[in-house]
Design a protein around this ligand. Structure first.
Ligand code: PDD
Length: 286
């Protein structure tokens, strides 16, 4: 089925949406993105995603081309026009097309390029992987120093995913100076007893929108949350582990670098948090 996508104000068939070869997103990965899940035809934590979009754009001094209400309207239009019940809306804003290649930023009146498209994913909430859990390996984190900005420079995360695939597992956890930063496209957590441990927010990791919601729900459910760095050795000794992201929600992790965690099955904390997250987010979806 040909999707309807959004490009700079127009809704077009995906085959007709064209971006210039001089676009800064294409030549320099000079752009940011967001991924918002859709459950029951509604947007999950939309407010969180547009807020982070604004922050990413501000950090890179790219003008936000749409208002929050306009972003919401485009998201809703795409969900409706493509009949999405479960899936994702991908959004990307680049510094636009200066008409040539130049390291210097183009004049401020260069319009940013705005692209949105949907991805239908039946069984996003009822993902069978949540019943068996993911296995992860650790790989060195050699990304740049502003991982808090959600840029489209995804080459190394993509290579990390391939290293995991080649190793026959589901994902890779990045490590730096002996500590886990995050997963290739998700935030990483370990659980010891009733305590959830996850790296504190800084420029070293993406400030996950799912992370914020899950930690709020965990505290409300009287679970203890400790925001601090942990090592792979500590992860191997943990009772359980999990990751969070807009597309995987809360996904249990059952093996780290070949070591089975706890019983080797998804843990209670991760399983419960996934349930709470999905229940609460369905209620609040817009
Ligand atoms: N990835 N860390 C990284 C490096 C990420 O790429 C992501 C999201 C997260 C989790 O953030 P959030 O909870 O806001 O989705 C953490 C998205 C889903 C992606 O690239 O597809």
């Amino acid at each position: 089925m040909t999707r309807t996508v959004y490009l700079n104000g127009d809704y077009l068939p995906e085959t007709e949406a064209k971006v210039s070869i001089f676009d800064r997103g294409f030549l320099m990965a000079d752009g940011v993105y967001e991924v918002t899940s859709v459950l029951g035809g509604k947007l999950v934590d939309f407010a969180g995603h547009v807020k982070r979009l604004q922050r990413s754009l501000d950090e890179l001094e790219i003008r936000n081309p749409l208002t929050e209400a306009e972003w919401l309207e485009v998201h809703r239009q795409l969900v409706a026009r493509n009949g999405i019940d479960e899936g994702m809306v991908y959004l990307q804003v680049t510094r636009g097309n200066p008409g040539d290649r130049d390291f210097a930023f183009p004049p401020e009146d260069t319009p940013p390029t705005v692209v949105l498209f949907t991805q239908a994913k039946a069984g996003l909430a009822d993902n069978p992987a949540a019943k068996t859990g993911w296995r992860v390996i650790s790989v060195p984190d050699i990304r740049w120093g502003r991982r808090d900005i959600k840029t489209v420079q995804l080459l190394y995360p993509s290579m990390g995913k391939m290293m995991a695939k080649k190793a026959g597992v589901d994902d890779a956890w990045f490590t730096e100076d002996g500590f886990v930063t995050e997963g290739t496209s998700n935030n990483a957590y370990i659980v010891k007893g009733n305590r959830i441990i996850t790296r504190a927010l800084s420029n070293d990791i993406l400030h996950g929108i799912t992370r914020a919601a899950v930690l709020r729900f965990a505290r409300e459910a009287q679970m203890e949350v400790e925001e601090r760095s942990f090592t792979i050795d500590e992860a191997k000794q943990a009772d359980e582990a999990f990751i969070t992201s807009a597309s995987a929600f809360v996904m249990p992790v059952v093996q780290v670098d070949g070591a089975a965690l706890g019983t080797g099955k998804p843990g209670h904390v991760a399983t419960r948090l996934r349930e709470i997250y999905l229940e609460e987010m369905r209620k609040a979806a817009v």
